[in-house]
Design a protein around this ligand. Structure first.
Ligand code: SF4
Length: 256
């Protein structure tokens, strides 16, 4: 039995989200333009409740949420994202991390700020809080310009636990997130880290996804390890063997 993913998210929330003068603030450590999705402006949040052994967030950010980054108001985040997008002529915005669903009210207020601005907004999440709190998925249904990418950590309970050290049953929260999002009409798809998975477990996951909604199988995204030096170090530390992975300059074009 591992840790509770929900409790871990709630614990980290106390460090990276706060309300000042009635305004919900959230910690970010950078805003940048990135190559994914054909070019996208990205805000990187501080803090996540999972402890994936292959996580690409640097140790400096991952293990020091109290000390890194800065608190931003929703309007400030909207301004940072849209200013960068304007400079580069981009129409796509993204929150990644860290886990951007930590700080529910902050995220919802940020989406209110961006509503009607003509951007597509991609929310990259591990889905734990969206599986735990159906109302969160329902609230996201108010925004027709968002797309949620739920990153599944492995293809089954056993792989999830091996990759995150969390309670294996919490894998069901990741699937539940997709179920909740589909139910409330939020555009979404699963991205699945398959670098540690067998064909059998992948096929079994596809069956489970089809039971939720066939569109999740059709939109299914393969995610494989990107072997940044600090990720390789981490894998060595945990003695975690992988089946597939790419150096950052060799990521297949269909995964960019
Ligand atoms: S869910 Fe993402 S940010 Fe959180 S530990 Fe896993 S890989 Fe890192």
């Amino acid at each position: 039995m591992g840790y509770s993913s929900v409790e871990a998210h709630k614990r980290i929330e106390r460090l990276v989200a706060r309300t000042v003068g009635g305004v919900p603030e959230r910690k970010y450590y950078r805003f940048r333009v990135d190559r994914w999705y054909g070019g996208i402006v990205t805000g990187d949040c501080v803090g996540c409740g999972l402890s994936c052994k292959f996580c690409w967030v640097s140790d400096k950010v991952r293990y020091r949420p109290r000390f890194v980054g800065k608190f931003y108001k929703p309007a400030e985040v909207a301004d940072r994202l849209t200013t960068l997008a304007g400079r580069r002529g981009l129409r796509q915005l993204r929150l990644s991390g860290g886990e951007p669903t930590i700080g529910k009210q902050h995220l919802l207020n940020l989406l209110d700020e961006l509503k009607g601005c003509g951007y597509t907004f991609i929310l990259e999440t591990n889905g734990i809080l969206l599986g735990y709190d159906e109302d969160y998925a329902k609230q996201l249904g108010r925004y027709d310009f968002i797309h949620v990418r739920v990153s599944l950590k492995g293809c089954c309970e056993e792989e999830f636990a091996r990759l995150t050290n969390a309670n294996p049953e919490d894998f069901k929260l990741q699937l539940k997130a997709l179920e909740n999002l589909v139910k409330h009409g939020v555009e979404c798809h699963p991205a699945v880290m398959i670098s540690f998975s067998t064909k059998e477990s992948l096929n079994s996951l596809l069956r489970r996804l089809s039971e939720i909604d066939q569109s999740l199988v059709e939109e299914f995204e393969i995610e494989e390890l990107i072997l940044y030096p600090h990720v390789v170090e981490r894998l060595k530390k945990y003695r975690l063997e992988y089946l597939t992975g790419y150096t950052p300059d060799r990521v297949p074009p269909e995964q960019i």
